[in-house]
Design a protein around this ligand. Structure first.
Ligand SMILES: [Zn+2]
Length: 281
């Protein structure tokens, strides 16, 4: 398949997309930047700071007023282009919070964009007008502590909270499995007709899809509990048993997800850690 890099794809009235050229084991074909609006636009998840992507976005915007450049969260495949694009098209950066300074220490890893500096942070439920229509921030911590989805005209721009091609990576210390599950419950209660994720195809059956994601995580949790119930195990041992045939590039991410489950289970008093190994209580 030829991915449509640098091309403007109109998905429905008021929602268009440009794919950035940053394919990887974590980003699928790359980051999908969304343009919301018509006479004026908001840009959601400007993506990595690649000059060709900046050019494609500037061309897609085509001189229209840009009311906001918005980021769902501050992973390096989402937010680094925010400030360069803001300078190109003279627009404010409005959206998720930066990780606080102390958290850009141990809570952040190389995947985080520590330079992200928004002009305005949106809290849960805060709104922004584009063409007299409304974009509403929906706080969805879990994948990262600062993650927001954006609701617009019955569509939910889900960033990395719900992706169209793979389950979301949740890695402690900033990623939090309990928060992630709660945020899945939160979007499941909404009546959005479609999800547009930052990676992968649109999700046209949101409620069913989220129910499936919740079920998948609960299965994974059960499986981890069973494995550490059999004997004390370290994380590589759990990954080897729980993810047979895993792409080796994803071993570290799978280990992070297992740790996220274990941290959650430990908080609930169901497992305990002795040095590198975990056992069921
Ligand atoms: Zn992310």
């Amino acid at each position: 398949m030829d991915a449509p890099y640098a091309k403007l794809e109109q998905l429905e009235p008021g929602i268009a997309r440009v794919l950035a050229h940053n394919p990887s084991a974590f980003t699928y074909y790359g980051t999908q930047t969304y343009l919301i609006g018509d006479a004026e636009v908001a840009v959601i998840d400007p993506g990595p700071d690649l000059p060709e992507h900046g050019d494609a976005l500037e061309q897609a915007i085509g001189g229209r007023p840009v009311v906001a450049i918005m980021c769902t969260h501050t992973h390096r495949d989402h937010s680094p282009a925010a400030r360069p694009l803001a300078l190109r098209v003279k627009a404010p950066v409005i959206g998720c919070a930066p990780l606080s300074l102390e958290s850009v220490g141990p809570r952040a890893d190389a995947a985080f964009d520590g330079d992200y500096a928004p002009d305005r942070v949106l809290a849960d439920g805060e709104r922004l007008a584009v063409d007299a229509k409304v974009i509403t921030a929906v706080a969805t911590p879990g994948h990262t502590s600062n993650h927001l989805c954006f609701a617009y005209e019955g569509a939910l721009l889900t960033g990395d909270h719900v992706m169209g091609w793979s389950t979301t990576v949740v890695v402690p210390p900033d990623g939090d499995m309990a928060a992630y599950m709660q945020s899945l419950g939160k979007v499941r209660k909404r009546e959005d007709r479609i999800y547009y994720p930052a990676h992968g195809p649109a999700v046209t059956n949101p409620k069913q899809y989220v129910r499936h994601l919740v079920g998948h995580r609960m299965q994974r949790e059960k499986q981890i509990l069973r494995l550490v119930g059999e004997q004390a195990r370290d994380i590589p041992d759990i990954v080897a048993n729980a993810y047979p045939g895993l792409d080796p590039r994803l071993t570290a991410a799978a280990g992070g997800s297992v740790l996220a489950h274990l941290v959650d289970l430990e908080r609930r008093g169901l497992v305990e850690q002795q040095e590198e190994r975990w056992t069921a209580e």
